[in-house]
Design a protein around this ligand. Structure first.
Ligand code: ADP
Length: 258
């Protein structure tokens, strides 16, 4: 499956159906799994359309180098990285300027959700590995990273969910993919804490009128709420599975005693 393809003549038809069959306010199919890696303290995996992203968390743990320690809170360190095979043209594995910037942006979107003050002088290390990219990876990266933090048992005020909305061919749309992102218009990535009703990331690429911006923001937040439900379902699924495995083990132990 190629992530980039030839651009169709029109990305949205006269019936407001997008080139991939989606309605204007429809998100790409999302699949989320929590606790997918054995060797990290917390982990999660997301598929959003053709995006495939893994997140792993270590910590809170001793910080190295020591001079990075913060006296009043844990230092959240974040690395967003795209695998060389994540895009059609092989990408250098060395971190690019864009990856450095996204690492910072993602860290800032997640930090308000964490009780970092509980763990002064420690590090919480977060790794986001983009295995396949098709637009909107910063948002999907935030969504999956927040779950990995929760899976690591880090105390949080809320989960952070993220989704972009924007404008393509004069129509306002939700969850832009790579082709839509690269066409003329606007792209507004949003990260949101639904229980606290706080936006933790808001960026904009392109041009919108004030009215359009408000509509795009509302559409994006609605998308975030949908993502939030999927996050909760994925967390519950992990704990239901763990509980069932535990019960099965207890049953087996009972059987063995008989
Ligand atoms: P986001 O993934 O958050 O939308 P950008 O707007 O910077 O971030 O990038 C949009 C998309 O462009 C990415 O999701 C990815 O599909 C593509 N892309 C990013 N970097 C590269 C690259 N080095 N080569 C090819 N495509 C890339």
């Amino acid at each position: 499956m190629k992530t980039s393809q030839k651009k169709p003549e029109k990305l949205i038809d006269e019936k407001d159906i997008r080139y991939d069959g989606r309605k204007l306010n429809e998100m790409r199919p999302v699949k989320i799994e929590v606790g997918v890696l054995a060797n990290a303290d917390g982990s999660a995996y997301i598929e959003q359309g053709k995006n495939r992203i893994l997140a792993a968390v270590y910590g809170p743990r001793e910080i190295h180098p020591k001079h990075q320690a913060l006296p009043d809170r844990a230092a959240l360190r974040c690395r967003y990285h795209m695998a060389p095979f994540s895009v059609q043209e092989r990408k250098s594995p060395a971190p690019s300027r864009r990856e450095h910037e996204l690492s910072k942006v993602i860290r800032e979107a997640l930090e308000p959700s964490i009780f970092t003050e509980y763990y002064p002088r420690t590090a919480i290390d977060l790794f986001i590995e983009v295995l396949q990219a098709d637009g909107g990876t910063r948002c999907a990266g935030i969504t999956v990273a927040s779950l990995a933090l929760a899976d690591a048992g880090i105390p949080m005020r809320d989960l952070v969910c993220a989704c972009a909305a924007g404008k393509v061919e004069d129509r306002l749309i939700l969850d832009l993919d790579d082709l839509e992102d690269k066409s003329e218009g606007a792209d507004v990535p949003i990260a949101y804490m639904p229980n606290m009703d706080v936006v933790t990331l808001l960026q904009m690429d392109g041009m919108l009128t004030n009215e359009e911006f408000e509509q795009v923001l509302n559409m994006g937040i609605e998308g975030c709420r949908q993502i939030s439900q999927l996050q909760r379902d994925a967390l519950k699924a992990k704990y239901t599975a763990a509980k069932e495995a535990e019960a099965e083990k207890e049953d087996e132990a009972e059987e063995a005693k008989k």
